[in-house]
Design a protein around this ligand. Sequence first.
Ligand code: UFG
Length: 323
Amino acid sequence: MHILVCGGAGYVGSHACLALSRAGHEVTVLDNMLTGHREAVRWGPLVDADILRPETLDAAFNRKVDAVMHFCARSLVGESVTDPYAYYQNNVTGTLNLLEAMKRHGVDKLVFSSTAAVFGNPVSAVIDEEHPKTPINPYGASKLMVERVLADAATAYGLRSVALRYFNAAGAAADEGIGESHEPETHLIPNALKAAAGEGAGLKVFGTDYPTPDGTCVRDYVHVLDLADAHLRALDWMQREAGAHRFNLGNGNGFSVLEVIEAARKVSGRDIPYEIAPRRAGDPPVLVASSRQARERLGWSPKFERVEPIIETAWAWHKAPAY
Ligand code: UFG
């Protein structure tokens, strides 16, 4: 198939391009290159376009497009609390622009990057697809709005879609020259590895008074190549299934911030100094996925189940980043 990968110069999007190309699909990347990396566009041509400028989108549909994967988003929980307009504009209005362009060009299949942040504060130990959706930050709210739009679009226009709710994406395909590189970097694993390498302004642990075993937030880390693999399976799924579908993607294992720092210390063999800081706005205490549906229905089976092997790939990238 020929897949238009929106946001394909970014972290998860570039790993999806790699997986698509390995599986024999053709890729075109659409990206505004504000946060994307030119060096990460390796598996197909780049169309310089912006989902917030609808008139730029048609150029990407000049070739036949069988399906769209949509990774363009603002995705920082803390920033979404301080700048909600930017989040609703990019993630909701931008997505509507993309959906309208797809409709104009007769493209009826979409894989959408959603997030664990749609759930808000968990009311059960493990979060499955039926868990209540009460997001506690604008980022999660913006993604949940799009999930609703996709359900309505299935009814009204016959759009087929799969929303994949990532838990905490991590790791890299360093041997293929792609990895995680954000400016500024806000995510725990790259920040811990920076501290291990003696770089950056120093690692902070945001909050040690959460209702968790060691007081720090617990997250479910999932390898970015396992996420990419789920996207391929979602493509196959949409060949068979009409409607709007949602799947949670995580390993089902929770690791606290302090456990991640300890794992990063083991992997890197370096000390990781950190200081305790206040809680960060918008962080729920625990987010751990049930991905039973993805396993049973998509046949998804993550290759990286524990956090240490995930961090090993992130460390390999950190030691020799291509960008
Ligand atoms: N953290 C620190 N220090 C840091 C960075 C993070 O203590 O330098 C803590 C955070 O407070 C949080 C945990 O580490 O408790 C994980 O934080 P990340 O920033 O790595 O990831 P998030 O859980 O905030 O965000 C990820 C995705 C979002 C998704 C979210 C679900 O990046 O897109 O999971 O809540 F929405």
